[in-house]
Ligand binder design. Structure first.
Ligand SMILES: *Cc1c(COP(=O)(O)O)cnc(C)c1O
Length: 468
């Protein structure tokens, strides 16, 4: 286009007011606020102007502009946070929201959210009550701890506990336990923010009880053990058991804290997973303070739970940071309902999605795989090579590092498009379906696919492969 033509095209673009008036008459804009319509039209016009200036062929008729504006406006009003289908097989997938809540928790959230509640009222006396009392007692019942307190997340729990017990003092930690968790939780940094001084002992692969003993001085405030959540040191290794550290602590009059990360209330070894000490085991070892997450192996809402000896929890309750880190009533509702299920382990395993997906027997995975395989085969059988493959899922979320869980996956090799394109198109569909690629095949792992999602997965595959 000559500069003159460009000038003319720009000048002849329809005005914003006219386009808004036209949009107002259309059904597809009916639920969209006027401000969003106006902004989307401006944005659409901007794109067209840029195209004209860059000599990119573009249409400037009303319909095309309104179509573009409608897409932009719909993007703006639809929630940014939206459900996705997790076909990765990673149960505690940090990027996909970690734990799914059980039905009981969902029901309780709804009930508490839409009604006034006795959050801080003692119904029996009509006087002010403590918001966490009921759940604190439940946690003590389930873990055997003397006392408990709940905060926003486990990172907050660690920060709060360190700040309360060992501010301005040295905290002794093994070099093998200076963990970094995804999302920038690093033990040395949390130490600084909590006002404590990190005293590293031992080496990366081996730390002995005498390393801790040698580090003790007048300024020692705490022995800290941190669960190696997301890595494993193998080979020539040594670490100190919590109960031995407790004995040393008693001897030297130094409190002991354990950051369990993904604490569990059940013994997973009964279900074919490796032995992972439970929260109760840590309590019985005699640690003063134990912290863990609500939404990792526990399978509840995001929360940080601190259990331990009454004197320590009482000190923590008095720390002003506690108020800054407190949980809201919806978290409290979800946590109470989830924890109540643990009174009967069998029921907990059935009803808490995280536990169910981690412990599902291989035979049951095969049945799920079979249903999905048949549905997919029926819809796109001619458009791709579809097979069943014995692969591995991962627990994820900083639990059971490097553990493989046997699973049976559906593998798909499309005939018309590349595997990476299929992965991308699945991810960009509504709802997004998140799978993975292995050996140049698109993989769907039934472990984390929820009942009823088979049809939307196969129809999405069909849409992508038929349309290409
Ligand atoms: C996951 C984890 C944390 C952080 O817990 P959040 O609940 O994500 O805040 C802290 N320490 C360890 C050892 C962990 O595994």
């Amino acid at each position: 286009m000559t500069p003159f033509d460009k000038h003319n095209s720009l000048k002849n673009l329809p005005g914003v007011d006219l386009l808004i008036a036209l949009a107002k008459k259309e059904d597809r804009f009916s639920c969209i606020p006027r401000s969003v319509i106006a902004n989307s039209i401006r944005k659409a016009l901007d794109h067209i102007r840029q195209d004209i200036l860059a000599d990119i062929e573009t249409s400037t008729d009303h319909d095309t502009i309104l179509l573009a504006a409608n897409i932009l406006a719909k993007e703006k009003i639809s929630p940014r946070l939206a459900p996705v289908i997790n076909a990765t097989g990673v149960v505690l997938h940090t990027n996909l929201g970690r734990s799914l809540l059980c039905e009981d928790a969902l029901d309780n959230i709804k009930a508490i959210a839409q009604s006034y509640s006795n959050l801080e009222l003692k119904i029996e006396t009509g006087k002010r009550g403590l918001r966490y009392e009921a759940v604190d007692e439940l946690i003590c019942e389930l873990t055997g701890a003397q006392s408990a307190i709940i905060v926003n997340n486990n990172a907050g729990a660690v920060l709060l506990a360190l700040n309360t017990i060992a501010k301005d003092k040295q905290v002794v930690v093994s070099r093998g336990e200076l963990v970094e968790i995804g999302g920038s939780f690093r033990v040395p940094d949390v130490m600084i923010k909590s006002g404590c001084i990190l005293k590293e002992v031992g080496t990366t692969n081996r730390t002995h009880l005498w390393d801790y003993a040698d580090a003790v001085s007048d300024s020692t405030g705490l022995f800290l053990k941190v669960h190696a959540s997301n890595y494993k040191i193998e080979g020539f290794t040594a670490s100190v058991a919590l109960k031995d550290l407790v004995r040393l602590g008693k001897d030297k009059n130094i409190p002991i804290m354990e950051d369990l990360g993904s604490g569990t209330l059940i013994d997973f070894s009964k279900y074919g997973l490796p032995l992972e000490p439970t929260i109760g085991d840590s309590v019985r070892s005699g640690a003063d303070i134990i912290t863990f997450s609500g939404d990792k192996l526990l399978g509840g809402p995001q929360a940080g739970i601190i259990v331990g000896q009454k004197y320590a929890i009482d000190l923590i309750k008095k720390n002003p940071l506690t108020r800054a880190l407190r949980i809201d009533k919806l978290t409290l509702a979800a946590l109470e309902s989830t924890l109540k299920l643990y009174r009967d382990e069998e029921i907990a395993i059935q009803k808490i999605p995280t536990l169910r997906m981690l412990t599902i027997p291989f035979d049951d995975i095969c049945k799920k795989a079979d249903v999905l395989f048949k549905t997919i085969k029926e819809t796109i059988g001619t458009l791709a090579d579809i097979e069943l493959a014995r692969l591995n899922s991962r627990p994820g979320g900083g639990s059971f590092p490097e553990l493989d869980l046997a699973t049976l996956c559906i593998t798909i090799q499309p005939k018309s498009i590349s595997v990476s394109k299929l992965e991308m198109r699945m991810r960009l569909s509504t709802p997004p379906i998140i799978g993975r690629i292995e050996d140049n095949k698109y993989i769907l792992d039934p472990r984390t696919i929820q009942d009823g999602q088979e049809t939307v997965i196969s129809s999405t595959l069909a849409k992508i492969l038929v349309k290409k």
